[in-house]
Design a protein around this ligand. Structure first.
Ligand code: SAH
Length: 275
């Protein structure tokens, strides 16, 4: 993993607050993650991102009444969708105050009202008792954490034995090298990413933290169109802004596009179990 040492939960929270102020964290319809396309279909990105949420839910082996933890919950859309569809209770945590406020407001008017709650917390130091959840998921949040092993250990601690963890994340199929390293470094800087793992690094970290790997699949080609959609949405937002954030968001769009085109860019869906 290429590590950017100055990424901290505070700096991640701040960058998401900047993006939220600019409207960029709702550009994909509320979800802050890639969309999933099944081959030839061309559903809009806003629907395709919900499909990724449904894919995650499908790997969690949910039963009504269970308690789930959403690690790095963004605007709350995945938690509300899963709580609404599966009759489970979800606690979402993240390190952006704006996202927590947005998620809490959304919960009030959602069909999952009363079954989803959101709070500010750092995944590397979770404020929950041992074994308090039946399962957990982390959609595109681990990559922001400077100590992913600590986060995976903390999630392991708060999920009961037998419970599942589903992680989805960007991956480097092979390490970026040479000139391409600039694209990767730019992504890390602009998006406050601590590091993007190879699949083997994901496997090693999970094992270190005590998780049993059930499945790891690279669905990179099914999600690849997302980067172009996100870049277009970001450019639209940048063009409408008259603030310093405009430059930041348009640079973010260029990097996103270059990263999304690169053949080494993959996307993992991981299912693990606490033995
Ligand atoms: N899972 C959401 C959001 C993904 S964006 C979705 O799919 O829509 C990444 C999220 O990770 C943001 O909400 C960010 O605040 C959160 N995050 C980053 N570092 C974190 C940390 N150390 N602890 C908790 N959440 C974190």
């Amino acid at each position: 993993m290429t590590q950017q040492s100055d990424t901290t939960p505070d700096s991640v929270g701040e960058v998401y607050d900047v993006f939220a102020d600019a409207g960029a964290t709702t550009a994909l319809g509320g979800n802050i993650h890639v969309g999933y396309w099944d081959g030839a279909d061309d559903v809009p990105i806003t629907e395709a991102t919900d499909r990724l949420t449904d894919l995650v839910a499908g790997h969690l082996a949910l039963r009504p009444g269970q308690r789930l933890l959403d690690v790095g919950c963004g605007n709350g859309d995945p938690a509300l969708r899963i709580a609404g569809a599966h009759d489970v209770r979800v606690t979402g945590i993240n390190v952006s105050h704006q996202q927590i406020a947005h998620a809490t407001a959304q919960a009030d008017s959602s069909t999952a009202r009363g079954r989803a709650a959101f709070q500010f917390a750092d995944a590397m130091d979770l404020p929950f008792d041992d074994g308090s959840f039946d399962g957990a998921w982390a959609i595109e949040s681990l990559l922001h954490m400077p100590d992913q092993a600590a986060a995976l250990r903390e999630i392991h601690r708060v999920v009961r034995p037998g419970g599942r963890l589903v992680v989805t994340d960007l991956c480097q199929r092979q390490p970026f090298t040479g000139d391409d390293q600039d694209v990767l470094d730019g992504m890390l800087r602009v998006y406050e990413i601590a590091g993007i793992n190879t699949p083997d690094e994901h496997r090693a970290r999970l094992a270190e933290a005590g998780w049993e790997l059930l499945e790891l699949t690279d669905i990179g080609e099914r999600v690849r169109a997302s980067y172009g959609h996100a870049a277009t949405a970001f450019r639209g937002i940048a063009a409408s802004l008259d603030t310093a954030a405009a430059g930041q968001i348009s640079a973010a769009a260029d990097l996103m596009e270059a990263f999304g085109r690169h053949p080494h860019t993959g996307y993992v869906v991981i299912t693990a179990r606490r033995p």
